[in-house]
Write a protein that binds this ligand. Sequence first.
Ligand code: ADP
Length: 481
Amino acid sequence: MQASHQNKQFINGTWITAVDGGELPLVNPATEEILGHISFGNEKDAALAIDAAEAAFKTWSKTTPYYRAEILKKAANYLRDNLETIAHDMVLESGKPLLEARGEWTVAANLFEWYAEEGKRAYGRVIPTSRIDKRSSVILQPMGIIGIITAWNFPAYNPARAWAAALAAGCTVVAKPSENTPLSAYHLMEALIHAGLPPGVLNLLIADAAPGGEAMLNDKRLKKISFTGSARVGKILMDGASRTHTKLSLELGGNAPVVIFDDVDVDAIAKAASIARFRNNGQVCVAPQRFYVHKNIYDQFAERLSGYVSQLKVGSGFEEGVNVGPLITARQRDSVFDLLTKSKTERAEVLTGGNRPEHLEKGYFMQPAVVGNLDQSSSLARNEIFGPVLPLFSFDDLDDALAKANDTEYGLAAYAFTDNLKTAIKVSEGLEFGIVGINEWAPHGTELPFGGWKYSGQGHESGSEGLYEYMEKKLISIGIG
Ligand code: ADP
């Protein structure tokens, strides 16, 4: 693989340094070493990117979905061919275990391929009319220039699902990935360049978030911002979007409940939970978070779970057998430690973990923790943790479980485990969340709609719903009288 990015931005078909010459150090979260310096732009670079996307839209939006599909499929194959190199860079910048990085790149490639095909199926509708002298149909057209702002927790998956859908729809893009994980974004960009993406169709803006975001919000040429990140920034975007009537797709995190009924295999669920909760160190918006365990099995579950969690191996993502890497930044680590400390003042009991691992001198590590003796008012129930802490709660019956599980501002993912069909149906219908996993931990996929209720967001990513986020519907009514 020929790396050409040199830590620059890619705007209008060229790798360029930031207009004002800004730079930012990129830190390895496992060692705290500086990996290099990236070119770091501001609102001026954003303006250049929007100019380029505007010019490119004139031609890209007129290409066929078949033409666009060929480019997306070539990009998918480039990612597959270079999997080891790009997974290595993802571990360097994010700290996640190599196995998880490989899996994420595979999914990113699959997203490019899936949207390549789905773009061909953006059918409209012919509607039988109520009048003899008219014919009516609805067609779907590319929305325009899209700003795509993504978070660091999935440095390839987050951008890939939005980029692929927007490009397949015929839109042009100003993409601003997280400044914490630019290396993966460079690789995604290089895949598209290698595949023959014309200049200006997707512009990679590596820029200071606030001025970059403001420039996008203030520019009427940009029709939508697709955002994956915190509820805090989501609100900034919602407020700002009213100025220019910019449309929004928002994926804003969650606080997922896991309801475990007393008819399950307790040991098997405890073991699986110890893996699912700590995937990517809990830095996952659909991460199983608040564990509600039926009172009859609470003690047994807590004991088994603590045993499994205490065996998880913490360390560098490159080390064989490591389950849990570092948190992304010192700030993120401190915020998780602070939440845990606060919960202790609220009488929480730490059953295992929660300290700095003694064998690791550097890096933003935390020993995975299980915490009990909690109620609904606890800080660990009220906040999205985004770190390696598993809070345990108990419940009495289905109604109690649903009341507690739904007692949150968030509404992204929820999970329930039961062997009883009636309970499964009632709990899945009663949970106020956009995604519900029954007896499974991964209720998401390239072909499935991913979106949250309540504070968790607006709109959907992935699946055919994800494609339509980037298309406008147009009613065409033809008079033939
Ligand atoms: P986190 O705090 O977990 O990093 P954020 O929501 O802050 O999550 O970041 C998600 C993405 O939003 C990143 O690409 C980040 O640079 C960007 N971002 C942060 N602040 C703003 C802002 N004011 N306007 C637009 N984008 C922002």
